[in-house]
Design a protein around this ligand. Structure first.
Ligand code: DLL
Length: 422
């Protein structure tokens, strides 16, 4: 098996990549402006000829989730509706849906990105994969599916739910690789323990849709006996895998830069931040037809890890794994932190299990944090409080619960809850 799905695209020199980006960016701007009134307005006054380097993208205005929401359902379309072949949708935090629609070429572009991810993880033609995200409006199930078809994989499309049966199928069909949202990997391990089923002979897990700490990743890897890859993507860029994944070197997420331009900007000012500095991720699609995005502010936070050639040979820029979302940051008694930091610290404590909730309690304007966490016998609230205080520089209360006490949710896990005690 070769290491690459598309060796030329994945290993081209950065100069060649930049030239391709400029050419595709110009074409995207011209098309969007010609075909959609919203883009005609927002891109008025932009001369595509002024785009000479990828950095010239800074001349273009930003868009964000609201751009999708106010144009619900298909106000951002740049093709005729009869050219559409599929749609996906995420409800988002406000409940106003974000819709992504696909032409045949868009589905092919998505499949191409996903096929690169599969090959990068070491999955070859004919090998069995099990797809556990739901098949429906959420892009997860179908994204893994389209890519699996293109890459010639044997697809077990279980979708979500019925974990004991999922485990049985992994065994019966000799599944090599498991696809899912991060918290589902934890659920599989729990059900394996509850039912005393044999550990399936999995080799690879591809997980995403939620931030996960390094300690969570290690726990998943050791409990399922797999190598875990971090796959990134979102409805607005076209779904899971469109924006990249980490490679076997696990030195950051490779962005498919011939398909997307990525920028990291200061969330407050929108100005670019230097490599290595944290900021908000912004994507521009270069090859999408139905709904291209131009400088889409994702709300996700991370930094550029490297623009150098990776040990795997790929030349694309690498992002550090996602820290959280701009609106996920919690401030308690003057200390800022992200849920991922709490997860990392919790899972460093021996005997603590990967199910937890962060409860923010407001009492007469004062905020306290209570951490509810499942753990094996022997772990005490004091142990949790002491470790979190050392690692996080503030003092949450720690409530240790028996395994299985916290509710399990299908899909993305909700970890943070707010409670007003007044
Ligand atoms: O969650 C796509 C996906 C499905 C990715 C399955 C990976 C696996 P949305 O529902 O639109 O799409 O949510 C996108 O989820 O902006 C991030 O905040 C978060 N997210 C996605 N992947 C990761 C990741 C899918 N690997 C939003 N690490 C994004 C951290 C992630 N956060």
């Amino acid at each position: 098996m070769t290491l690459y799905w598309n060796e030329r695209a994945e290993t081209m020199s950065r100069d060649e990549l930049a030239a391709r980006q400029v050419e595709r960016l110009r074409a995207t701007v011209v098309r969007a402006r010609e075909r959609n009134p919203l883009y005609r307005d927002s891109l008025a006054g932009i001369d595509p000829g002024d785009i000479r380097t990828p950095e010239d993208i800074r001349r273009l205005p930003f868009m964000d989730k609201d751009s999708f929401r106010i144009s619900y359902p298909l106000g951002m379309l740049c093709v005729e509706q009869n050219e559409l072949r599929e749609m996906h949708m995420s409800s988002g935090s406000t409940g106003t849906p974000v819709v992504m629609a696909y032409t045949e070429a868009d589905l092919n572009q998505w499949a191409e990105c996903m096929a690169r991810c599969y090959r990068m993880a070491g999955i070859d033609r004919g090998e069995a994969i099990q797809i556990t995200p739901s098949f429906g409006l959420f892009n997860g199930g179908f994204g893994f599916y389209h890519g699996g078809r293109k890459a010639g994989l044997f697809i077990i499309p279980t979708g979500s739910g019925n974990t004991p049966r999922q485990i049985q199928l992994m065994q019966d069909f000799k599944v090599k690789a498991l696809m899912g949202v991060v918290s589902y990997a934890v659920r599989i391990k729990e059900v394996l323990d509850e039912t005393a089923a044999d550990l399936p002979d999995l080799k690879i897990g591809i997980f995403g849709a939620e931030t996960f700490s390094d300690s969570m990743r290690q726990k998943i890897e050791s409990s399922l006996g797999i190598e875990a890859f971090d796959i990134y993507g979102m409805t607005e860029t076209g779904g899971v895998g469109t924006t990249g994944m980490d490679c076997p070197a696990h030195e950051g997420i490779h962005v498919w830069e011939d398909q997307y331009i990525v920028e990291i900007v200061d969330p407050a000012t929108g100005e670019p931040v230097p490599d290595g500095q944290p900021g908000e991720v912004v994507f521009t699609s270069l090859c999408r037809e139905a709904i291209p995005v131009i400088r889409f502010r994702t709300g996700d936070l991370t930094s550029v890890r490297s623009r150098g050639r990776c040990a795997c040979g790929r030349t694309s820029l690498r992002l550090n794994r996602i820290t959280g979302r701009v609106d996920d940051m919690l401030i308690v008694k003057g200390v800022n932190f992200f849920p991922k930091q709490v997860e990392q610290a919790l899972l460093e404590i021996p005997g603590v299990l990967p199910e937890y909730q962060i409860l923010i309690e407001d009492h007469e304007g004062v905020r306290d944090v209570r951490i509810l966490v499942e753990a094996e016998p022997g772990v005490t609230g004091y142990m949790v409080e002491k470790h979190l205080k050392e690692r996080l520089q503030f003092s949450p209360k720690g409530d240790v619960l028996a395994p299985g006490s916290l509710p399990r949710q299908p899909g993305k896990a909700k970890r943070v809850f707010f409670k007003n005690l007044d």
